[in-house]
Design a binder for this molecule. Sequence first.
Ligand SMILES: Nc1ncnc2c1ncn2[C@@H]1O[C@H](COP(=O)(O)OP(=O)(O)OP(=O)(O)O)[C@@H](O)[C@H]1O
Ligand code: SF4
Ligand SMILES: [Mg+2]
Length: 326
Amino acid sequence: MSAIPLLEVRDLKKHFPLHGGLLGRQTGAVYAVDGVSFTVNKGETLSIVGESGFGKSTVGKAILRLYPITSGEVHLDGQRIDNLPGPHLRPLRQRVQVVFQDPFSSLNPRQRVGDIIAEPIVNFGLASGSELEDRVAGLMDKVGLPRDAVKRYPHEFSGGQRQRIGIARALAPGADLIICDEAVSALDVSVKAQIVNLLSDLQDELGLALLFISHDLAIVEHLTHRVAVMYLGKIVEVADRRTLFATPHHPYTRALLSAVPVPDPTAPRNRIILRGDVPSPINPPSGCRFHTRCPLAHDRCKVEEPVLRDVGQGQMSACHLDTPLG
Ligand SMILES: Nc1ncnc2c1ncn2[C@@H]1O[C@H](COP(=O)(O)OP(=O)(O)OP(=O)(O)O)[C@@H](O)[C@H]1O
Ligand code: SF4
Ligand SMILES: [Mg+2]
């Protein structure tokens, strides 16, 4: 793997201002992403997992420059991209693509599948005429779409097939990083597995990097190299897949994993039920944000924020149980 990560996110923050009153003044903010750092290497899958509303999609959208970030830096192949002015964004738009959960809303219903896949190739001036047709046909083969799909419309396809269309469109401009935001979450179990296998095969064949955003840890286990666990706008644990699933360290990761269904329902398991309501990113708890639900919380957790630190062999966890008293 290259020394420079393909994607590097440094201390990323995205706060959405809240306005109120007659004058529409800012009254607060949604601290959706509040200081997140990670890397994704070429050809690697990093999964971001966590419960709903914890900022996973906001991380993806901030990288894609779908809105300005509050602070922090995003680097692609060593080049800073979060502050690039509009006209210089073309390489980012070409190299970083996204596949969303609901392909139906992201595919133009009035466009034929062939045109949907051809559009980015045309926009980036990569091919025309018969070369364009060949490229579209090649992409459809790669993602397992029948050739006659070229003249059909998205509504004629099942959810899984539509997701294949979305993946072909993402590959079309020659992307080397695809952000998959809950890309398989809405699919039936068997279709889910097919799309996960497709992504995995495409990664092997094309050396693609994937940022796989999901609330479903069971799916992540089959696809990812590393996992970053998010809790209320922060990353609380990062580890390679085997380590995270075999020896989860952070109390939140342990609780999440204890809820993942196991193939053998008779196997012994200790489900950790989290107490308390999920806190709001408008008013995050002081100290460790997980302290209102953590079964191991102690006094220090309410006042001091734990930092991510190496707890052995590259496994990073943010919990006071690992840190000496300062
Ligand atoms: N454009 C926006 N304006 C204001 N608040 C927003 C905006 N987008 C997201 N949020 C808020 O930011 C927080 C994080 O949202 P985000 O969509 O990133 O969570 P998520 O982890 O992807 O959740 P889910 O698993 O449900 O997709 C939520 O409280 C959400 O309501
Ligand atoms: S710092 Fe405290 S509240 Fe946070 S995860 Fe560790 S023990 Fe739980
Ligand atoms: Mg989301």
